[in-house]
Design a protein around this ligand. Structure first.
Ligand SMILES: Nc1nc2c(ncn2[C@@H]2O[C@H](COP(=O)(O)OP(=O)(O)OP(=O)(O)O)[C@@H](O)[C@H]2O)c(=O)[nH]1
Length: 318
């Protein structure tokens, strides 16, 4: 399904009833890489639907998380960090973010409480100022990392950065102000029926979530430059006949043979660790035992090569 065709999703599902004044719609989270967008989305949704890591640019895909409330349904579109593009992949990600911005009902701009406002934030604030028709809520994230005085200073600095519909301090880690963020975002949604059935938390296909979990597992403990070079494709995923087991065949792509050696580790030890870490997460996601076959392949300089990007599925997202 086309990730960006949000309008298609506005066709209401046959719902028995919904309360008067019910609101439904889309919110999009933007901000520099590593500011806590994915963590906040997961906390709001209440389940892990986007992967997180302590390395910038973990998120490459637009992932939707769905927050179900009695009075509203908020569909959150997670975006890759908005930043000045350095590679072809970077450029495509940025255009993905921009095209998402115009299609949502409200934008949440995330700025961490503990870091001074920098050129990256100013760049994004300028981009957002151009989205005149969409309200922008500024979220000051990770408030648990600093004291109250610093939070107040940051709120003031953020208020000077642009015109915001609201400014809300929040900590996903401490569970501070999560309801307020949901209230504020829902307040900007149009009135209308729920767009997704009750209980559905994301419309990502399982294959995508599985690939993201494998990529997340592979990012742990590798050198700084490697994360941007890893892409995961699930080649095949099917229940094994007569058994309560799902077979998954996945390829982990790196850009260079030297990176392949790092990922595999001495006598395959690292890859085995990645496999068992990913398998535990996938089993929790799918609620079934899983056989995971993980191959490491080299796709030379894939981030700069349009053909390779297409093969790895990135063309569907632009
Ligand atoms: N202390 C603290 N850490 C947080 C909080 N939210 C996120 N983090 C950490 O910040 C790091 C980045 O979080 P992500 O949610 O991956 O950030 P992101 O903005 O989605 O990053 P990209 O995918 O690179 O755009 C992770 O190590 C998180 O654990 C928070 O509220 N408090």
């Amino acid at each position: 399904m086309d990730d960006l065709d949000l309008e298609k999703l506005r066709v209401p599902l046959p719902m028995p009833s919904y309360p008067e004044g019910f609101r439904s719609g889309f919110a999009c989270f933007v901000g520099r890489p590593n500011v806590g967008k994915s963590t906040l989305m997961n906390a709001l949704v209440g389940q892990k639907v986007a992967i997180t890591s302590n390395r910038p640019q973990t998120t490459r895909r637009t992932v939707r998380g769905i927050v179900h409330r009695d009075d509203a349904q908020l569909i959150i579109v997670d975006t890759p960090g908005l930043h000045k593009p350095r590679t072809l992949l970077g450029e495509r990600l940025d255009s993905l973010v921009r095209s998402t911005l115009v299609e949502v009902d409200v934008i949440a701009f995330c700025i961490p409480a503990g870091e001074p406002i920098g050129r990256g934030d100013t760049y994004i604030a300028r981009e957002l100022a151009a989205q005149r028709d969409t309200p922008v809520v500024a979220l000051v994230t990770k408030t648990d990392t600093v004291d109250r005085a610093r939070v107040s200073e940051q709120l003031l600095a953020v208020s000077r950065l642009g015109e915001w519909a609201d400014i809300v301090p929040v900590s996903a880690a401490a569970g501070f102000q999560l309801d307020t963020v949901a209230d504020v975002l829902c307040g900007h949604l149009p009135e209308g029926p729920p767009l997704y059935p009750d209980g559905e938390l994301t419309d990502e296909p399982d294959e995508m979530l599985v690939a993201e979990l494998i990529r997340e597992a592979s990012l742990e403990g590798v050198r700084d430059e490697l994360p941007h070079s890893i892409a995961v494709v699930v080649e095949e995923m099917a229940p094994r006949e007569g058994r309560d087991l799902i077979d998954i065949y996945a390829s982990l792509y790196v850009e260079r043979p030297s990176q392949k050696a790092i990922v595999i580790g001495s006598k395959g030890a690292r890859l085995r660790e990645v496999g068992s870490r990913a398998r535990a997460q996938i089993e929790a996601l799918l609620g079934s035992r899983v056989y995971l076959d993980l191959r490491v392949r080299v796709a030379k300089d894939w981030q700069r090569d349009p053909k390779q990007l297409r093969r790895l599925g990135f063309d569907q997202q632009v």
